[in-house]
Ligand binder design. Structure first.
Ligand SMILES: *[C@@H]1O[C@H](CO)[C@@H](O)[C@H](O)[C@H]1NC(C)=O
Ligand SMILES: *[C@@H]1O[C@H](CO)[C@@H](O)[C@H](O)[C@H]1NC(C)=O
Length: 161
């Protein structure tokens, strides 16, 4: 080999919503007879080697062109897919780059686990619950529907679990 392979650009971080398709791109110049592999950083699992998909995860596939652009596709992304993906070239020593996949989950209020209408006697305490899910963790704010400020009291003693 007169020229060793080189990464043409960094593997970029990718953010996708759960359920969508993520694509991580690795661009290599002068690959020649060397091979490109994709690995999961945390588990050190090999996903692909050269043109072959090694993982049994049916959601993972690979596309490439000119032996230069190596695109890892992950369909129907799940939260467990969040983490580092390494593109590796089998030079000695090996060359590698890591891109991170972040999986976001749209915020949602879980109605069944949140308060509905409550009747309370004046002077008594009332607890209103708003339970949510999402990633990153949703920020919850309370306000009165009529726009009036929340009355002075210990309503500030809210609890985030
Ligand atoms: C990619 O994400 C990782 C981990 O979140 C972070 O440390 C790194 O700085 C990010 N790289 C770029 C180019 O944004
Ligand atoms: C209302 O809540 C406050 C603060 O938690 C407590 O000190 C008080 O005893 C409660 N009053 C009633 C009627 O439950």
């Amino acid at each position: 080999h007169d020229k060793e392979p080189e990464f043409a650009e960094p593997v970029r971080n990718v953010t996708v919503a759960v359920g969508r398709t993520a694509q991580l791109l690795c661009v290599v110049d002068n690959l020649s007879t060397y091979r490109v592999a994709w690995l999961r950083v945390e588990s050190k699992t090999i996903l692909t080697i050269h043109q072959n998909v090694i993982t049994r995860n049916y959601r993972v596939s690979l596309s490439h062109n000119d032996h230069r652009n190596w695109v890892l596709h992950i369909r129907e992304v799940q939260e467990s897919d969040r983490g580092g993906y390494m593109c590796q070239i089998n030079t000695v020593p090996m060359k590698s780059q890591v891109g991170f996949l972040d999986v976001v989950v749209p915020p949602e209020i879980l109605g069944a686990e949140s308060s509905s209408d409550v009747l309370v006697r004046e002077g008594f305490n009332v607890t209103l619950t708003c339970r949510t899910k999402g990633y990153p963790t949703p920020k919850i704010t309370w306000r009165r529907e009529d726009g009036e400020p929340l009355a002075v009291g210990n309503w500030q003693n809210n609890m985030i679990q």
